[in-house]
Design a protein around this ligand. Sequence first.
Ligand code: ATP
Length: 312
Amino acid sequence: MKKIYCIGELLIDFVAEKQGSDLSQAFEFTKKAGGAPANVACAISKLGGNGIFIGCVGSDPFGSFLLETLKNEGVDISLTQLSDTFTTLAFVSLSEDGERDFVFNRGADKELKYNANLRKNLHGNILHLGAATALLGGPLEKTYTKYLFDGLTKEMFISFDPNFRSDLWKDDEETFIKKCMPFVEKSHLCKFSQEEAQLISGKENIEEACDFLHTVGTKIITVTLGKDGTLLSMNGTKKIIPSIPVTPVDTTGAGDAFIGCLLYQISDLGNFDPVMKDFSLLEKMVATANKAGAITTTNYGAIVALPTKEQL
Ligand code: ATP
């Protein structure tokens, strides 16, 4: 089984207890572990895979809580770094009109330094780059780009999820799109939501969006479509792979469960060649990953809701 290195942010989400008010009116918050690449590492480890998280948290109680959470899910946190800067904190509330009120205190996640000693272990493994905060600047962005090039020289299977957060990029979507392009160009697999595929390609029609994104470079595209499943596009073939019917209570983390489960299956295969060539093999894997996404929506929270292999 291949190792899967997941690089990016790990942070605290403080979610307002009483929904329907904006943050100025919220008094009670629930502390939750957050960060899409960290969720992906948890999804992989919960399925029995070799999920390794590389990110940075503060040397403070929030950082300890986050590391403990990942450790409890079986994630290898030996490459996670500690910083004197406070752990990154996000405060979220849903106001009455359904709009998200969001305050982001960026701290330690941006401090991730490149670890040159890691290069010797990377060869032939899997690299997953989740970009929610990684493209916002700071040492993390440089580190991220260096690992992308390591991924190429070390013959890794590279996976990219842009994790577009409108709250973080509302005044500068153009910069986000520009910064995503080298990752779309060099990754073997890109996982987009419908909104991301449309935004990054500039094309409304989802099939045209995929065609454009393939011309940028990526060979395999998955576009997650919520209850409708996932559009898989590779080698000129496109197909919507249906999900399973569920009664969702909280969709947080469904996308992370999906990509985590897909990468777990690729790691289990131990050989990337068939994945790049065999559409029907990938189709089966996507169908299983859809199930992981669907199951995650049936429970509250992201990490606790991720399925085990038995549940799957
Ligand atoms: P996120 O919202 O976590 O950033 P995302 O928008 O990529 O990620 P979704 O499309 O909501 O994620 O879900 C990922 C996958 O999980 C879908 O492609 C689908 O297979 C499955 N899924 C999500 N919601 C449902 C649902 N309501 N019913 C069935 N399957 C679902």
